[in-house]
Design a protein around this ligand. Structure first.
Ligand code: DP6
Length: 376
């Protein structure tokens, strides 16, 4: 084991974790090992939409950590027999080769060599898969990039013992996950997380997310998120391209200011257990996200006719029953239906009866706010 002091430079967040000393001594060859993590997806209530530089957010975001929608990832490693400067990687997705996904992971690992220089000394193999089918049209980058970041931080700790302190382990995992996919940095924490510097959240940072479980009234820890599958097609415009279009969006500055102010209002609602205020922000944020897409140049639309039909049904049901049932949307047409666990029986009955005819193969994924990643 080698013990290395972390180099931290909070003023230069891009290079904050670069550490050329994390390199294995040739006399101390590690035993081959295996690390396995399960990491969930998350649903942003305040949306991250717009970024600059090395995955820096234009505004702070707050998300709820999900449970059922997750990625399992196993990382096996051994010392290379013949050292070279390349990343040695075998890769299987659901037990099969997947050249596109492998290339993405390979490029990401190459970009991380300044942070984890020991990666070039190892032969690695990754086996991964998602709990939700690829055809769900659900982005898997949050769960998969957070799972990968956790595996890499466990690997550093196994080789060097440098991440023994849990809060530091989480912070570095979140930092690495952010470099893979911005929203992934929030999946590291149980129940809820905030990413992006905000005066409303002490210690918050653009470079990593921080835990936000303490901001939740207990009622929000029993929040259900049933994901109504309106389309199982891959979306026509990636989130990456969507973020880039924010740079020319005439409403961008107003949007970033709005997100900051909505974050403060949301934090008040979450702390007070105020479902109505929470639901209003969740819906406003979802519609704002899609409005921004519709007024970017070129404009585009990811909503489908059945997305709109479902939104109307949700609002009518709420008006009629007074149940706190709200919607959110990611960058796609599928609806996230948000409600407290105490009304699950009524809501599920209504979904089965009224909503499933509008869904692909009557299909919805039952998810809920959960405990965050788990090492298996
Ligand atoms: C609409 O995290 O997928 O889900 O950083 O380019 O990987 P990249 O983008 P990504 O964007 C997510 C956008 C969103 C809102 C959110 O999760 O905050």
């Amino acid at each position: 084991m080698l013990f290395i002091t972390q180099i931290r430079n909070p003023d230069h967040t891009d290079t904050m974790y670069e550490n050329p000393r994390l390199i294995l001594d040739s006399d101390e060859a590690p035993e081959p090992g295996r690390i396995v993590w399960r990491s969930p997806s998350n649903l942003a209530i305040i949306k991250y939409w717009g970024k600059y530089g090395a995955q820096m957010p234009r505004n702070p975001s707050l998300s709820l950590t999900l449970s059922a929608s997750c990625t399992d990832m196993a990382l096996e490693y051994s010392l290379k027999e013949v050292p070279d400067s390349r990343i040695g990687l075998g890769f299987l997705f659901h037990g099969e080769e997947n050249a596109a996904f492998q290339a993405k992971i390979q490029a990401f690992l190459e970009s991380l060599v300044p942070v984890f220089p020991f990666l070039t000394q190892l032969q690695m193999s990754i086996q991964t898969g998602n709990s939700f089918p690829h055809s769900a049209g659900i982005a898997s980058s949050a769960s998969s990039m957070s799972a990968l970041a956790l595996c890499l931080c466990s690997l550093e700790d196994a080789l060097f013992g440098t991440l023994q302190e849990p809060a530091e382990f989480d912070r570095k995992s979140s930092f690495i996950a952010r470099l893979g996919s911005g929203s992934a940095c929030r999946s590291i924490f149980p129940h809820a997380a905030v990413w992006g510097a905000s005066a409303a959240v002490p210690d918050s940072s653009d470079a990593y997310a921080v835990p936000a479980e303490h901001l939740l009234h207990p009622g929000f820890k029993d929040l259900h998120d049933d994901i109504l599958i309106v389309s199982s097609q891959e979306k026509s415009v990636s989130s990456r391209a969507g973020h880039a279009l924010m740079e020319g969006n005439p409403y961008a500055e107003a949007r970033y200011a709005q997100a900051k102010s909505r974050l403060s209002t949301l934090i008040d609602a979450l702390g007070a257990g105020d479902w109505e205020a929470f639901g209003k922000i969740a819906e406003d944020e979802a519609l704002t996200l899609h409005a921004l897409m519709m007024c970017s140049n070129p404009s585009y639309m990811l909503l489908e006719p059945n997305t709109i039909a479902l939104i109307q049904k949700i609002r009518a049901y709420r008006a009629e029953t007074k149940h706190p049932v709200y919607f959110s949307l990611d960058a796609g047409p599928n609806i996230h239906l948000l409600y407290p666990g105490e009304i699950i029986a009524e809501v599920r009955g209504w979904i089965e009866e009224e909503l499933t005819p509008l869904l692909v193969d009557n299909w919805f994924i039952q998810d809920w706010v959960g405990e965050g990643p788990e090492e298996l």
